[in-house]
Design a protein around this ligand. Structure first.
Ligand code: GLC
Length: 720
């Protein structure tokens, strides 16, 4: 099915090129300059009580929106769908009884929050949709429905919002540890996952990223990233009620829940797509449809492909409709047209619906792609930032306890602007993707120069920015490295990518890694890499060869990479299964629905049998799990790992050893990481007395430190 479409895409791509007929949209000025780091307040504040007494609903102030001079007389036929929002489940029973204390009522709180943002919200919205004669109507619709979502938010969530507003640095400290997982791979169903929360807590996890779990057609789901209904859970996983019950159970244990919000596209099975396919113009306007290949062919000239081998091209020919539809990702994922304000409004409502089910962190999937403009690469356009800023303000109005995590897998200079500015923030959290890729570059080259430079770049950013650090995720590892820097050493992009891939797929006799390529397009030499952390560290190879010494060294490397990740500034993310050293799962090759997507190599089922070994020191699990546990405990009990504590790298006079310092008034920390298979000496020379290695408890000076192959130290000195 998908293949047929791919073929159609290719055939269509051969059609001739015609003229452009697109309206120019004024680019919106987005402020992305760096600002002075703000002082991070770390004092815990007293939780405040929420007033729950029912009061007369106050009117949402929308009249100011009318002041914007636009034509509002005609009413567009497209109705704003607000019906569904009524069905949002409001959970009130589980919340603690809240007392009237400060006499502020719900509506007052909401009005205050709205007032804080209304001007900017109107300004950005109206500028974004300046070509739309009904902009004011859409804005008013948006504001009206925001109030409904606020009213439907349950008391427990409202209380959490208030507490987090009072403690805005709650996610910037050293006490959050994230684990990401597919519900089906880990527990089968949502309710079964609830029964596994003890294990999740045993992993010190208090931030759980559940991979997409919303309704998605089997065989055309892209791992759940093709959503057919934003308000329905995949049947095999359970129901939306199960999900809300799970988030409530997590909250009771202090665990935050993160869910993907797949906003760039819907599945072709989504109701809008179906109605568009049935010929309803109103719904066709929510996507990008073209009668011929004229405009698509122009887009193809400037828009790179995301999946060059598994889904080439950015458009799909729909034989039944005789139209082309824009599909940046898979042919069954239809790109949404955010030039249509109804799309933005409705998608915001979907996001708020999920927030009201208890989602604490919303992962904005593929967010750089959401605005398309002919003649550009259709990534990171200024309008994307406007929309993210609008979403941030809307969360601050309706559900200020909710964080936005941007999935921006781009070059570093494109990533950071998604934080916005300190005064006008966009995302709360972003992935530290370049550090992740640079780490695997370092594994393959045994040379830390690039990684050191990358850490120095990150350390220059305002301390207010919080990154999520990770070794790998559910996606491939793309080689988005700083090639300009590498060129100084005569390293060229294409041959270097080939070297990295060859090493990490085990092509050289000394390469311990067992990865697989992803989207290997020989035209571009741009293949990416898949594999679990354990397999990339050598646990798979040496285990298979029965080489115990090799396994032990590989486990040590696995620990060192995790230690490096855990000591960086930001929130560490562990992929479920990595904590027990789970290796690649090759069974995807036998599943026709997965076999052409090698990312399934590292998305295998969680192995509960293996997990039972975690306290047996004779096993890989027993060597790995307790040490990671220890590292996580150390991290959460030392303020030195707080995101606001600066980092700087220091010279070790050895290209394979990375060292960095973090220091505050109380402590000085030196992390030392050996990326070489040889025992070495880190020639650091700190003259300030004795340190303790927090991992082994050993006392030592931070001078000429002997460090085993693939080993690490967390040296720390109390300054008081
Ligand atoms: C994101 C997801 C990836 C998915 C893509 C399309 O990049 O992480 O898994 O394929 O979006 O939704």
């Amino acid at each position: 099915m998908a293949k047929k479409r791919l073929q159609k895409k290719r055939e269509a791509a051969k059609a001739e090129t015609p003229k452009i007929t697109t309206k120019k949209v004024q680019p919106i000025k987005v402020e992305t300059t760096k600002t002075e780091p703000v002082k991070v307040e770390t004092k815990k504040t007293e939780p405040i009580k929420v007033e729950t007494k029912k009061v007369e609903p106050a009117k949402v102030e929308t009249q100011k929106a009318e002041a914007v001079k636009v034509e509002t007389a005609k009413v567009e036929s497209a109705k704003v769908e607000t019906k569904k929002t009524e069905t949002a489940k409001v959970e009130t029973t589980k919340s603690e009884p809240v007392k009237l204390e400060n006499k502020r009522d719900d509506d007052h709180i909401n009005r205050e929050r709205l007032a804080r943002h209304l001007d900017e919200l109107k300004w950005l919205y109206c500028e974004l949709y300046q070509d739309n004669p009904y902009v004011t109507m859409h804005l008013n619709d948006l504001l009206k429905v925001l109030k409904k979502f606020y009213d439907m938010r349950n008391d427990a969530l409202k209380e959490s919002d208030l507490n987090r507003e009072k403690d805005p640095t709650w996610y910037k400290r050293n006490d959050l540890t994230c684990m990401m997982m597919y519900v089906n791979a880990f527990a089968g169903t949502l309710s079964n996952l609830e029964s596994k929360l003890d294990y999740i807590q045993e992993c010190n996890v208090n931030y759980l990223h559940l991979m997409p779990l919303l309704d998605s057609p089997r065989g055309r789901s892209d791992g759940g990233y093709a959503v057919a209904d934003f308000r329905k859970v995949q049947e095999e996983l359970g129901t939306m009620d199960d999900f809300a019950a799970l988030t409530a159970a997590c909250h009771n244990r202090g665990i935050n829940v993160c869910l993907d919000f797949v906003m760039n596209h819907t599945s072709e099975d989504h109701e809008w797509a179906k109605r568009a396919r049935a010929g309803e113009k109103e719904y066709q306007d929510r996507y990008f449809f073209f009668d011929n290949y004229d405009i698509p062919s122009l887009y193809e000239q400037t828009c790179p492909e995301v999946f060059p081998t598994t889904a080439p091209g950015n458009f799909t020919w729909l034989e039944d409709l005789h139209k082309h539809v824009m599909t940046t990702f898979y042919p069954y994922q239809w790109d949404l047209n955010y030039r249509n304000p109804i799309v933005l409004n409705e998608m915001i409502f979907n996001m708020l619906y999920l927030a009201n089910q208890g989602v604490d962190i919303v992962r904005l999937d593929a967010v750089p792609y959401i605005w398309k403009q002919l003649g550009t690469n259709c990534r990171n356009l200024p309008q994307v930032h406007t929309i993210v800023r609008i979403m941030r303000m809307i969360c601050e109005i309706v559900c200020p306890g909710v964080l936005l995590l941007g999935e921006v897998v781009m070059a570093p200079e494109k990533v950071v602007p998604y934080f916005g500015t300190v005064e006008k923030p966009e995302c709360h959290l972003l992935y530290n993707v370049t550090t992740m890729a640079s780490t695997w570059h370092t594994v393959a080259t045994k040379d830390v120069s690039l990684l050191r430079r990358q850490l120095d770049i990150i350390s220059e950013l305002p301390r207010d920015y919080v990154f999520q650090n990770y070794l790998r995720c559910h996606d491939d590892i793309g080689w988005g490295l700083d090639y300009e820097y590498l060129e100084n050493f005569g390293i060229q992009e294409v041959p270097h990518k080939k070297y990295l891939n060859d090493f990490l797929t085990g092509k050289y006799p000394d390469s311990f890694a067992r990865g697989e390529l992803y989207n290997d397009d020989p035209r571009l030499g741009d293949a990416r890499l898949c594999g679990t952390t354990a397999s990339l560290c050598g646990i798979e190879r040496f285990g298979f060869e029965g080489n115990q010494e090799g396994v032990d060294r590989a486990v040590r490397y696995d620990i060192t990479l995790h230690a490096f990740m855990l000591s960086q500034s930001g929130i560490p993310v562990i992929y479920s299964g990595d904590e027990i050293g789970q290796v690649n799962d090759y069974s995807y090759k036998d599943d026709p629905e997965k076999s052409d997507d090698s990312r399934y190599l590292h998305r295998g089922k969680f192995d509960w049998k293996l997990a039972e070994n975690r306290h047996d020191p004779a096993t890989v699990q027993g060597k790995l799990f307790p040490v990671l546990d220890k590292l996580e405990h150390i991290r959460s009990s030392h303020g030195i790992f707080n995101s606001n504590v600066p980092i700087h790298t220091i010279d070790t006079w050895d290209n394979s050893i990375l060292a960095f310092v973090r220091e505050n008034d109380e402590e000085k920390f030196i992390g030392i990481y050996n990326f070489s298979e040889n025992d070495k000496v880190a020639w650091i020379n700190e003259e300030d007395g004795m340190y303790t290695d927090l991992i082994s408890g050993r006392e030592m000076e931070a001078k000429g430190v002997q460090i085993p192959a693939f080993g690490c130290y967390w040296l720390c000195r109390n300054k008081q």
